[in-house]
Design a protein around this ligand. Structure first.
Ligand code: ADP
Ligand code: MG
Length: 618
């Protein structure tokens, strides 16, 4: 039975706990709930505004501020002000190497496949922790505004987010003290906000056009039986409202003959002009002329001029729409609804061009920067069982996954996934010449497998001997409508394959499931901390392995002092592994990397030219 209490903010009766919907955006984040009238509403905590800029500032005294307060430090204290962390979530350094100059803070470059870290002062943060700070701020604002505890949430992510990015978002929620009931695609949430897809008899193909601050996404969705299937996505991770601001700024620079060099050295003027450009852009969404000045510099621009400047960018988004249609196997005429999402779709020209492209009026009645959060709140309400008109599809009550390095649980099918469902991930070996791989299947929410329930264990045998990291082992989970889980492992290079079938619900009572969930919530934060420590340790061990092999193989190309120094760094890293401090381990990994990088490159070049010479002689 649900407990009922009085909401002091609204004076109405309210269930003790409610589930909020969170839009964790690249530029802005926000949290919404279903108000006592049954309508979704964005939470506005006492004058702080609806949108929380997704920016974190580390103050000199070690404290952290999030949102508008942090935004002020973007230009004055760039190394300690973290923005756009969503771009790093669940990403490895190799994923983001191409655009590292975009970040004004320190993204650790260890040139590996491990997940990126950010260095602030002498501490290391993962994007999960940083996103956790933003989510914690949202949770606190919601609690403050609603005067009730907020412990459960639905969080949205872009449709193109992969498993690792989704898992990272869940973990960030855990760190913030939130039980993340479901990760929902942003376009799906936007659609729900418009009531599209709420009727299970409805069958539709829709397009969701999302132009935010720095990113553009278009998704083509097929809705059938209340299920949203992503037919295709397209977009540009560096195209958004920021480009519109920049276009205006550059126009003013030319108009006023401003010296770019002078401007580059005057951060305050630069930032001031940037803010004015954004202000002008927003004004031009409702008026035909913007006219202002800053330090005597006249700042004027007409709507017509603005549209001329941004036309190529808008065209680029339409090109993406064209590709998305082709990939989704559909045509503009077949799209039944077009939904506008993201603050930048407030620009009238954007709406006009998109409507013309699809040949129909677009949905823009709901605030485009709120629509995703509002839809997430509706999804929460459905999960809470408050919408009797909507059929709750069968879901799996506990997560299913396998054991990875260090005894960690790697979730493959998250709890609350609709069944039937299929998911998989690719793994590799950690030791050279490894020919067998043990696959242990677990069920539960804890980060360490030994706190979870073991379902099965089997061995994939006959992997051809290869260097560590080369074999590609696909592990696929298929949970059918009867609750039977089939786990299949296949090594792609050789084709060796092994399979088991299990019934995860076998011998498990409802009370036990509930207890497992309660335990996981109680231990969530400690669990994630421990997971991060184990991950740091595993990364450290891999680094030791690589560094030691490097010394063994290449001692001939190294100078004596380089060998001695490297060994000192290796020993320091080894010593840090058992200290129980992940920051220390990351610091030692970083130091070993920094020290060896210059001569590692030199040795590589030498080894290659040596090998080539060898070939020529033969
Ligand atoms: P994200 O999804 O990337 O977090 P948002 O959807 O909040 O971002 O969009 C932020 C962008 O919307 C910013 O570039 C902002 O300047 C722009 N924006 C906000 N209001 C308006 C407006 N009235 N007219 C045009 N652009 C706007
Ligand atoms: Mg967004």
């Amino acid at each position: 039975m649900a407990k009922v209490s009085i909401n002091l903010a609204t004076g109405s009766l309210q269930k003790e706990e409610l589930i909020v919907g969170i839009d964790l955006g690249t530029t802005n984040s926000l949290v919404a709930f279903i108000n006592p009238d049954g309508n979704p509403q964005v939470i506005n905590d006492t004058g702080k505004g609806l949108l929380v800029p997704s920016i974190i500032h580390f103050q000199a005294d070690g404290s952290i501020v999030v949102g508008n307060e942090a935004k002020e430090f973007l230009t004055s204290d760039p190394e300690n002000t973290i923005f756009s962390v969503k771009r790093l979530l669940g990403r490895s350094y190799q994923d983001i190497a191409r655009y590292r100059d975009f970040f004004s803070y320190k993204v650790i470059d260890d040139n590996s496949e491990s997940l990126v870290k950010i260095k602030v002062g002498d501490k290391f943060y993962t994007p999960i922790e940083l996103s956790g700070f933003i989510l914690k701020e949202l949770k606190e604002r919601a609690e403050h505004a609603l005067k009730i505890p907020v412990n459960r949430a639905v969080i949205t992510v872009p449709a193109y987010f992969n498993d690792s990015q989704r898992q990272a978002t869940r973990d960030a929620g855990k760190l913030a003290g939130l039980d993340v009931l479901r990760i929902v695609n942003e376009p799906t949430a936007a659609s729900l906000a418009y009531g599209i897809g709420l009727n299970p008899d409805e069958e539709k193909t829709i397009a969701v056009y999302d132009l935010g601050g720095g990113t553009f996404d278009v998704s083509i969705l097929k809705i059938q039986n209340g299920i949203f299937e992503v037919l295709s996505t397209n977009g540009d991770t560096f195209l958004g409202g920021d480009d519109f601001d920049r276009a205006i700024l550059n126009y003013w620079i030319t108009e006023n003959n401003l010296d770019p060099e002078v401007l580059a050295n005057d951060q305050i003027l630069n930032q001031g002009l940037r803010l004015k450009a954004e202000e002008a852009k927003k004004a031009l969404s409702t008026q035909n002329l913007y006219n202002d000045s800053l330090n005597g510099i006249p700042l004027a621009i007409s709507k017509q001029k603005f549209e001329e400047l941004i036309a190529p960018k808008v065209q680029e988004t339409l090109d993406c729409c064209k590709k998305a249609l082709v990939d989704g196997g559909t045509k503009a005429e077949e799209i039944q609804e077009v939904i506008m999402v993201g603050g930048s779709t407030r620009t009238p020209m954007v709406k006009e061009r998109v409507a013309a492209f699809f040949g129909k009026a677009v949905h823009d009645q709901i605030n485009p920067d709120q629509v995703v959060a509002l839809g997430a709140a509706i999804q929460s309400d459905i999960l809470a069982g408050n919408r009797s008109d909507i059929l709750l599809l069968d879901v799996t009550p506990l997560s299913l996954g396998i054991e990875t390095m260090g005894g960690l649980m790697d979730v493959i099918i998250p709890r609350n996934s609709k069944v039937p469902t299929k998911a998989g991930r690719q793994y590799t070996t950690s030791v050279d010449g490894q020919v067998n791989m043990k696959i242990s299947v677990f069920q539960g929410e804890r980060d360490l497998v030994n706190e979870n329930r073991k379902l099965a264990e089997f061995e994939l045998k006959g992997i051809p001997a290869m260097p560590a990291g080369l074999p590609k082992v696909d592990i696929n989970f298929l949970l059918n409508a009867d609750g039977i889980l089939t786990v299949q492992a296949v090594e792609l290079r050789s084709g060796v394959k092994q399979e088991v079938a299990i019934k995860p619900s076998y011998g498990l009572t409802d009370a036990e499931v509930e207890q497992m969930l309660l335990d996981s919530i109680q231990h969530a934060q400690a669990d994630v901390q421990q997971r991060m420590l184990i991950e740091a340790r595993t990364e450290g061990e891999q680094m030791l392995y690589t560094a030691e092999r490097f010394l063994e193989k290449n001692s001939a190309y190294l100078q004596e002092n380089e060998i001695v120094e490297t060994k000192t760094y290796i020993e320091a890293l080894r010593a840090s592994l058992n200290a129980g401090d992940k920051d220390l381990i990351h610091a030692k990994i970083d130091e070993l990397n920094e020290y060896t990088r210059p001569f590692a490159e030199r040795v590589m070049d030498m080894a290659i030219s040596q090998a080539m010479k060898g070939k020529q002689i033969e």
